[in-house]
Design a binder for this molecule. Structure first.
Ligand code: NAD
Ligand code: UDP
Length: 308
């Protein structure tokens, strides 16, 4: 197949390019390089099945493709809050443009949604049937509400125009090729530990997240895209749940770092807890994560040792 990946030069997108090329597909990677980089896809430059296009998804584009994975959107809180209006435009107009293309060329289209659609969840763990607890006017809203509207658009194009959609709700994912200054917790802690500087825990460190290794996540993407039992949304994430204090301690142990832990103010609306209910992924995709946190952290630390 010929497959378009928007946001293909980012952390997840570049690994998805690798995976789909390895399966023998042609890949068009479309990205404006806001948070992604050419370095993430440099190893693909000579692959005749790979094509990079520098383009912003808020402007329409046309390609004859069989499938579209829509990943374009900054994902780390500091990056999506850098230009919040642009973040909402990227999610909403990016979804409209990619759904318009999917409708025209009859391509199956995949949306990278997020556990942030659940906001600061009052139901725990989070099943797909939970409608969420999202602040519509806060600092995280540009991302959370943008992704929620994108889901709405996907379902309306599906109901009104019979567009063949798939939606995944991604829970915190980590691995090689995260940007060292990305600002997300796993990359921050590893970079800080390797540099021997203080690990910055926001708040008391009792908030929880569930961390999925990138390879596991992408297997879930491809399984969802290539089945016809469900259009989603389907949660993909690792149900192992850790406090930020536990994560910091694991990183210190695995890096054998002498760094100290310091506490910084908790950002507004920071979710207190997050863990995916993956019943639907197990049922429809026969998917569950294989890589445990310590193993995934070791691989990620090995990568960051070459970067810091
Ligand atoms: P990332 O920031 O590394 O990748 C996003 C990519 O999108 C970058 O290459 C960036 O340059 C590109 N991009 C941003 N705005 C664009 C625009 N207007 N036009 C074209 N390209 C644009 O982040 P990631 O972790 O790889 O996330 C990929 C997708 O997965 C995002 O949609 C994100 O919301 C979603 N997601 C990721 C996680 C996670 O834990 N990694 C969790 C939930 C959802
Ligand atoms: N966090 C932290 N120190 C950091 C970066 C993040 O304690 O240096 C916390 C953050 O406040 C949040 C959790 O780690 O509670 C996950 O943050 P991240 O930005 O990785 O993802 P998200 O909040 O979007 O889940």
């Amino acid at each position: 197949m010929r497959i378009l990946i928007t946001g293909g030069a980012g952390f997840l997108g570049s690994h998805l390019c690798d995976k789909l090329l390895a399966q023998g597909h042609e890949v068009i990677c479309l990205d404006n390089l806001f948070t992604g980089s050419k370095a993430n896809i440099a190893h693909l430059a000579d692959n005749p099945n790979f094509e990079f296009v520098r383009h912003d998804v808020i402007d329409p584009y046309k390609y004859e493709v069989d499938q579209i994975y829509n990943l374009a959107c900054p994902a780390s809180p500091p990056h999506y809050q850098f230009n919040p209006i642009k973040t909402t435009k990227t999610s909403v107009m990016g979804a409209i443009n990619c759904l318009g293309l999917a409708k025209r060329v009859k391509a199956r289209v995949f949306q990278a949604s997020t556990s942030e659609v659940y906001g600061d969840p009052s139901v725990h763990p989070q099943p797909e049937s939970y409608w969420g607890n999202v602040n519509p006017i806060g600092r995280r809203s540009c991302y959370d509400e943008g992704k929620r509207v994108a889901e709405t658009l996907f379902f309306d194009y599906h109901r009104e125009n019979k567009v063949d959609i798939r939606i995944v709700r991604i829970f915190n994912t980590y691995g090689p090729r995260m940007h060292p200054n990305d600002g997300r917790v796993v990359s921050n802690f590893i970079v800080q530990a390797l540099k021997g500087i203080d690990l910055t825990i926001y708040g008391d460190g009792q908030q929880t997240r569930s961390f999925c290794y990138v390879d596991d996540l992408l297997e879930g993407f491809v399984r969802l895209m290539n089945q016809t039992e469900t259009v989603g949304p389907v949660n993909i994430g690792n149900p192992g749940e850790f406090t930020m204090l536990e994560l910091a301690e694991q990183v210190l142990k695995l890096t054998k770092s002498k760094s100290r832990i310091v506490h910084k103010p908790l950002p507004a609306d920071d979710p207190k807890q997050r863990r995916p209910d993956i019943t639907l992924a197990k049922k429809y995709l026969k998917w569950e994560p294989k890589v445990q946190l310590a193993e995934g952290l070791k691989k990620t630390i090995t990568y960051f040792k070459t970067k810091v």
